[in-house]
Design a protein around this ligand. Structure first.
Ligand SMILES: C[S@@+](CC[C@H](N)C(=O)[O-])C[C@H]1O[C@@H](n2cnc3c(N)ncnc32)[C@H](O)[C@@H]1O
Length: 344
């Protein structure tokens, strides 16, 4: 009953937001006044800045972004495939949270699961020259993009692996087993078997770490609200994905008796505000929403394919800074017991 009521309220909210967006657009198109949202001076509209604890972002300077930004289409490629590496590294204050720095300095084995263009894997390999990083992915076409951007170090290797099958590594092989941004690739029911494989290949005493974005938007504007709600619904219904998997990482790792000291936390990802990270993320979110157009994400709302790109732009570039929209990035890590597999 309560659910039905909130559904009705949500739909009413969505329909009126959509209609008001359409009427603003048609006024603009017919030479009338500009859309309300765009016309209001940002300074006056902007709500008081919330105390959102974006953790130490000092290492992610504009300089660093520019330095790493190639002047050709490679940057576009990076955006399409793994747009988030640099912003995520900055926002998490490093490539990982697990306390494996000393191990990797001394020389260890690292696994990057669903490596994509392997910017994370190659970055870690460069940082820890005595360690070896193996990036696995079912698709080997992204890897050259990453190599061109960051330069492929000799202590990084790629292996074509389907993570829905047993991985070709012995038990207890890796000091750090890492997986990031797999929410769009692992269906809800496959998470347990994938995680069991990650636990299996991690060394006793080694660490397993997961990093995922929660697809629930916070402080969205009205258009952003429609798009993000529909995206989550489409992920769940059409692709059997779990848009909220990020919020379950702690419980997922805690379910393994072999895993100890489970840690987890989250940090906000600002969409189009709060400086250079927000600027990078607004493009990421825009590209992501645009890429969903073909999935018919908006079918249920009656939004047409022609309207969609404009709505996405308004949701991210206009509403994002205005409402100070953000998503949460969740991470969790745990240590594999030294005594796992022993029979007492
Ligand atoms: C969004 S990308 C994540 C890239 C990388 N982890 C990062 O954070 O930058 C998801 C990756 O998972 C890979 N993937 C999807 N299904 C897979 C499977 N069954 N086995 C291995 N990799 C898979 C995709 O090819 C893609 O490169």
């Amino acid at each position: 009953m309560g659910n039905d009521l909130s559904k009705l309220q949500k739909n009413a909210h969505s329909t009126s937001s959509l209609n008001s967006w359409r009427s603003r657009k048609s006024t603009t198109a017919s030479g009338g006044s500009t859309a309300n949202v765009a016309r209001i001076p940002k300074q006056k509209q902007k709500p008081p800045k919330k105390n959102v604890p974006v953790k130490n972002t000092q290492s992610f300077t504009e300089y660093e972004l520019r330095k790493k930004k190639p002047r050709n289409s490679e940057w576009k490629e990076e955006k399409k495939s793994t747009p988030l590496h640099m912003p995520l590294k900055a926002i998490l204050d490093g490539n990982f949270k697990s306390p494996v720095h000393n191990r990797l300095m001394a020389g260890g084995m690292v696994l990057d699961v669903g490596t994509g263009p392997a910017l994370w894997g190659m970055d870690v390999a460069k940082e820890y020259e005595r360690s070896h990083v193996i990036g696995v992915d079912i698709n080997d076409s992204f890897i050259n993009v990453g190599a061109k951007i960051i330069g492929r170090p000799s202590n990084f290797t790629f292996e074509k692996v389907n993570i829905f099958e047993p991985m070709p590594f012995p038990d207890g092989y890796f000091d750090l087993t890492f997986s990031r941004m797999m929410v769009m690739s692992i269906p809800r029911h496959k998470w347990p078997s994938v995680l069991s494989e990650l636990v299996r290949v991690t060394k006793p005493g080694g660490f397993i770490e997961l990093v995922e974005i929660n697809f629930q938007s916070f402080e969205p504007g009205p258009i952003h609200h429609i798009i993000s709600e529909q995206t989550s619904t489409a992920m769940t219904k059409r692709a059997n994905l779990d848009p909220d998997v990020a919020t379950t990482l702690f419980h997922k790792l805690s379910a393994y008796s072999d895993l100890l000291f489970v840690n987890s936390d989250h940090v906000p990802l600002p969409v189009g505000w709060d400086g250079v990270i927000g600027d990078a993320l607004v493009e990421v979110v825009t590209n992501f929403f645009q890429s969903l157009a073909d999935l018919g994400v908006m079918d249920a709302t009656g939004i047409t394919q022609a309207e969609f790109p404009q709505m996405v732009h308004e949701a991210t570039f206009v509403e994002g800074p205005l409402y100070q929209t953000y998503y949460n990035l969740h991470w969790a890590f745990a240590q594999k017991s030294m005594f796992c597999g022993r029979i007492s």
